[in-house]
Design a protein around this ligand. Structure first.
Ligand code: NAP
Ligand code: ZN
Ligand code: ZN
Length: 348
């Protein structure tokens, strides 16, 4: 029997999100139904709700930072039992056959992975995300939340955590490397904690000085404001890795000037508009400008376990579902410390 659950949906690029109900698919042989406890608000939810990345298929239930408890399992599920504490991130399925899927990079699936929302599910219906009481997901795309990690502070790890973790690992953040994190929001505050736990020397570059104390508490050793004209000259050529988490367009050349020879700037932020750069910014110190898209399922579990092992979690402000529109406004004005998490009990 399909299950109907309460949810919050966006219905147009400009209308506030409103309460609705959605029908979950039947729990198939390999599916688990998760009673959602908490769901983080990622800036990608806002870009999508507002149609900033192209046409959005409305109505849409956003939310891909999902933490909850298994409520039902299909007959062939082997890895989970009712009552297990679990998470779901941005991926809910992929082809599982292509070279990328086989090596655990489902986020690069050659057939296109199925996103938690704004994709077409295997049942042919639009997928709907976690601003809801429950979700049905195939067990291979469900993560285990480590013991001792509370569900509310775990939820944002499922997107912000893995999106920060994957490039830090790939580009070798560790002892002896100098990492700059640009933008101290949801992704940024995870990148600071993770890079610092990996042993890198971390600098936060924020628009103003107002988040300095927080940045140092999260593990940064240096902090500078990008609004200060001296920052870019003072810090020129001084980083091995710059992780740009900014949700808006930035001056790419100015940020590339911060890289030492052979350094890399990785964009994880996805601004609405294309960026441009002067190729001289790349070739004068042989630097690279790269991007990174979330991370695969295996790596996401590795990140969760790394966080548990290092006592890392998201810093959150918990809200009721009815506060979601106000929270969106605060995220776009960088007034979030550092992730809003919806308590889905307030949907009932
Ligand atoms: P967020 O919480 O809003 O953080 C973004 C931060 O960027 C803000 O806190 C602010 O930091 C800074 N910022 C915002 N507007 C700015 C501007 N006009 N100029 C300079 N700095 C500005 O957003 P988030 O959830 O971390 O997401 C960040 C971006 O990553 C979004 O574009 C999102 O869609 C994208 N994303 C990508 C992936 C991926 O797989 N690559 C995954 C998740 C999210 P300060 O106040 O410190 O300046
Ligand atoms: Zn996200
Ligand atoms: Zn694939």
């Amino acid at each position: 029997m399909p299950t109907t659950v309460k949810a919050y949906a966006a219905t147009s690029p400009t209308a506030p999100l409103t309460p609705t109900t959605i029908e979950l698919r039947d729990v198939g042989p390999h599916d688990v139904r998760i009673a959602i406890g908490y769901v983080g608000i990622c800036h990608s939810d806002i870009h999508t709700a507002r149609g900033e990345w192209g046409a959005t298929d409305y109505p849409i239930v956003l939310g891909h930072e999902i933490a909850g408890v298994v409520a039902e399992v299909g007959p062939q599920v082997t890895r989970f039992r009712v009552g297990d504490r679990v998470g779901v991130g941005c991926l809910v399925d992929s082809c599982r056959r292509c070279a990328y899927c086989r090596r655990g990079d489902e986020q690069f699936c050659a057939e296109g992975y199925v996103e938690t929302y704004s994709s077409t599910g295997r049942d042919g219906r639009p997928t709907q995300g976690g601003y809801a009481e429950a979700i049905v997901v195939t067990e291979d795309f469900v993560l285990r939340i480590p013991d001792g990690m509370a569900l509310d502070v775990a939820a944002p790890l499922l997107c912000a955590g893995i999106t920060a973790y994957s490039p830090l690992r790939r580009w070798g953040a560790g002892p002896g490397t100098r990492v700059a994190v640009v933008g101290l929001g949801g992704l940024g505050h995870m990148a600071v904690q993770l890079a610092s736990a990996m042993g890198a020397e971390v600098t936060v570059l924020s628009q103003s000085m107002r988040k300095q104390e927080d940045a140092l508490r999260l593990g940064a050793t240096h902090y500078a404001a990008t609004s200060d004209p001296d920052t870019f000259s003072r810090l020129a050529a001084s980083f091995d890795l710059v992780v740009n988490t900014v949700s808006a367009s930035i001056d790419v050349d100015a940020h590339l000037s911060l890289l030492a020879v052979d350094g890399t700037m990785v964009n994880v932020g996805i601004p609405e508009h294309p960026v441009s750069l002067d190729v001289l910014s790349l070739l004068m110190r042989r630097v690279s400008y790269a991007g990174s898209n979330i991370g695969g399922i295996r790596e996401t579990q590795e990140m969760l376990d790394f966080c548990a092992g290092h006592g890392i979690a998201a810093v959150i402000e918990t809200i009721g579902a009815e506060q979601v529109n106000e929270a969106y406004e605060r995220v776009v004005t960088s007034d979030v410390r550092y992730r809003f998490v919806i308590d889905t009990a307030t949907l009932a």
